[in-house]
Design a protein around this ligand. Structure first.
Ligand SMILES: NC(=O)c1ccc[n+]([C@@H]2O[C@H](COP(=O)([O-])OP(=O)(O)OC[C@H]3O[C@@H](n4cnc5c(N)ncnc54)[C@H](OP(=O)(O)O)[C@@H]3O)[C@@H](O)[C@H]2O)c1
Length: 351
């Protein structure tokens, strides 16, 4: 129980890195001596010190003979920073408790082996499932080479994401909209279909939450309909933009934005491209056609449905073009109240 309690603290520390450490995993570490925390650390920013090293620095002499709790197996190779296994051994830690083995082939059990060989006691698998969930983005990307895909939409009480004329602004409360900005800040990229750019003219930036960098903006624009009239749309005001289309590859600067046209014959192609370019997470914000295609092909890892107590009578449904049975596709994970709205979170049913 003691082990689980300290591991939960490591998880909470790890979460502080959301939006800062990609494409690295979220990692938190706690050093404990006879029931007391003597050092804490987390991976704060990509390229900076790892959680284990920060916790060791924090503990100083108190680390000697202590137990380290760390959610992910310490890495054992010379990368951007020296191996954490060396630092742990040097600090005189005597026991290491780990939640998950690092699936990165450069680590994958080697870290544990090195620590054991050096005489440290190592325990693996404490709160393993929670650890998997904490790093669901990193694990998905490292195992498949594709980003973790989250579908997100806001709908009325009667199940519409826009009215019959295609207007969808302000369905949800301010609190829900702020939450969406948080989701954007934690994502490497945010995507919409051409139809949504045309109807809603979104900026697709993070404005109501601190983001060390803006997510890449992705537009599914098969026939370059949006691109042909880029002057009309705010999405081209700034940032890095990828336009998946079926016609041409290009790279152009417009306003304060860099726009890259990429040919992708399918959503799968697009996801492969993003994964190869260090995009570990993709937040898909609609519209109806794009959501339906991702659902149809089972190309999603999580769904956020915001549900607001408004009634439209008729309109556009989030998965209107999907023919199958949604009940069979989705497993409800949790419900949260956001002012007057309800947020339902789902995972794919097979997981
Ligand atoms: N409430 C909400 O949460 C919310 C969120 C977003 C949008 N909306 C509403 O949804 C409506 C827009 O939805 P929509 O279904 O009309 O449009 P959409 O899903 O935003 O975009 C559809 C377009 O995506 C392109 N596309 C589809 N698959 C593609 C692929 N594999 N590669 C490249 N491009 C691809 C197609 O372009 P081509 O036409 O060139 O083939 C298609 O026209 C608007 O009324 C908006 O207000 C609501």
């Amino acid at each position: 129980m003691e082990d689980e309690r300290f591991m939960r603290i490591a998880f909470r520390l790890a979460r502080l890195g959301r939006g800062f450490v990609s494409p690295n995993p979220l990692v938190g570490a706690v050093i404990v001596q006879r029931g007391r925390i003597v050092g804490v650390g987390y991976h704060r920013r990509y390229g900076e010190a790892h959680a284990e090293v920060r916790a060791i620095e924090d503990a100083g002499e108190d680390a000697v003979g202590g137990t380290m709790y760390v959610n992910l197996e310490p890495h054992s190779f010379h990368g951007k920073v020296p191996p954490c296994t060396d630092a742990i051994i040097r600090a005189g830690i005597s026991r290491v408790v780990i939640s998950n083995i690092d699936p990165n082939p450069k680590v994958a059990g080697k870290g544990v082996e090195i620590l054991r060989k050096a005489g440290l006691e190592v325990e693996v698998g404490v709160l393993e499932e929670e650890g998997e969930r904490l790093n669901e983005v990193f694990f998905k990307w490292i195992r498949t080479g594709r980003p973790f895909v989250t579908l997100k939409f806001a709908m009325t009480l009667d199940g519409f994401i826009a009215d019959s004329r295609g207007n969808s602004r302000w369905i949800t409360s301010e609190k829900s909209r702020r939450f969406v900005h948080k989701l954007r800040a934690w994502s490497d990229a945010v995507a919409v279909g051409a139809g949504t750019v045309i109807r809603d003219n979104p900026r697709l930036t993070v404005r109501e939450y601190y983001a060390p960098r803006q997510p890449v903006k992705v537009i599914f624009d098969r026939n370059l309909t949006v691109w042909k009239r880029w002057e009309d749309y705010r999405i081209f005001d700034e940032g890095e933009i990828i336009l998946f289309n079926s016609r041409e590859e290009f790279e152009v600067r417009v306003r304060r934005a860099v726009v890259r046209g990429i040919i992708a014959s399918s959503i799968e192609d697009a996801l492969e491209y993003l994964g190869r370019n260090q995009i570990t997470s993709l937040l898909v914000e609609g519209g109806s056609e794009i959501l339906s295609r991702f659902m149809e092909k089972g190309l999603f890892d999580k769904v956020y449905a915001f549900w607001a107590p408004k009634v439209l009578g008729k309109g556009l449904s989030p998965f209107g073009l999907f023919d199958g049975n949604l009940e069979e596709r989705l497993r409800l994970h949790g419900i949260k109240r956001l002012d007057g709205d309800v947020l339902a979170v789902y995972y794919p049913a097979r997981k």
